[in-house]
Design a protein around this ligand. Structure first.
Ligand SMILES: Nc1ncnc2c1ncn2[C@@H]1O[C@H](COP(=O)(O)OP(=O)(O)O)[C@@H](O)[C@H]1O
Ligand SMILES: [Mg+2]
Length: 302
């Protein structure tokens, strides 16, 4: 599968995977592919950052390799580890059989059979379908030393395993990094990448996303759902609902055979859009009705 040759081609490739991509995002994605640069996507949770990597991999028919970041993630878990238990067993077996030739054993123990490849190393291996998509997800959860390490790995797409020597990617992977911005990621890493802030979609785009993700939802319900969620995002909430929540909510409402919002329906299903008790409490009582009335007034044809 060839890389898309225009911004529109990126948009339609993603649309075929039910991913709605605005022109600004499609432009950086196109450039990242064309120039072979990593793409750094930052934004609120649930705005489609992880999903675009999945959609791109599917659309390009490439393997998706995901490195999920977490606090305390270190190079060993990201690149490779030696299979220590298996090495121990091999040593014991060799001893028991009395053929523990030291040099041969050492060579075998630090060979491919005992190497556990983690995502970064996997992403440097050749693949018949072309370079894989490497998703480095939620980088803001790691710490600065790991960032520094990544910076180096992303600058030459090469890892050196002391016992085996350097391993070089025949073709650099397509790298997408995401951050939910729970902290600032270091400038140096961002500078290596093409950067894009993924914002909440506007009304029309979010409707498009619902069409793509929950096509069975009736138009009137979709519009109410999106308008209500968009209205909620302007409230002073501890955690604003993302697109993921809009999609989930629409699915919940469909499962309940709801055809239109009401204060009661909203109260019953609030857990699909708000995930903090304080936020949920705010919306209880007359507040949901007030917001719904506002939304209805906005949606009503003038
Ligand atoms: N632009 C989009 N097009 C289609 N679906 C989207 C889009 N943005 C978000 N979604 C929906 O929201 C869900 C969550 O998105 P995700 O990529 O996990 O968010 P993030 O990684 O930004 O936290 C996706 O599984 C998808 O259903
Ligand atoms: Mg994500």
């Amino acid at each position: 599968m060839q890389n898309p040759n225009s911004i529109e081609a990126v948009q339609s490739l993603l649309a075929r995977q039910n991913y709605v991509c605005d022109r600004a995002l499609a432009t950086v994605a196109f450039l990242a592919l064309k120039l072979g640069r990593p793409l750094f996507l930052e934004g609120e949770p649930g705005t489609g950052k992880t999903e675009i990597a999945k959609a791109l991999a599917k659309g390009l028919n490439r393997r998706l390799i995901r490195l999920q970041c977490y606090e305390g993630l270190d190079a060993a878990s990201a690149v490779y580890e030696w299979n220590f238990p298996a090495q121990m067993i091999a040593i014991r077996t060799a001893e028991a059989e009395g053929n523990a030739d030291r040099d041969t054993l050492q060579r075998d123990l630090f060979g491919a059979d005992y190497l556990i490849e983690r995502p970064l190393l996997q992403a440097m291996r050749p693949d018949e379908h072309g370079a894989p998509v490497l998703l480095i997800d939620e980088i803001d959860r790691t710490d600065e030393p790991f960032e520094a390490f990544l910076l180096e790995a992303l600058s030459d797409y090469q890892v050196t395993i002391p016992e085996l020597g350097p391993i070089v990617a025949p073709e650099p992977p397509i790298v997408i990094l995401t951050s939910n911005r729970t902290r600032e990621v270091h400038d140096a890493l961002k500078r290596r990448c093409l950067y894009h802030w993924v914002d909440y979609p506007d009304f029309e785009r979010e409707i498009d996303i619902l069409h793509a993700r929950v096509p069975e939802a009736a138009e009137a319900l979709s519009r109410e759902v999106v308008a209500f969620v968009q209205r909620l995002r302007t409230e002073d909430l501890f955690k604003k609902p993302g697109v993921a929540e809009t999609v989930d909510w629409a699915k919940c409402l469909l499962a309940l055979d709801v055809i239109g919002l009401s204060p009661q329906v909203i109260a019953d299903t609030l857990g699909a859009i708000l995930k903090y008790q304080d936020d949920i409490q705010r919306l209880q009582g007359t507040e949901a009705k007030r917001l719904l009335d506002e939304v209805r007034a906005e949606l009503a044809p003038a």
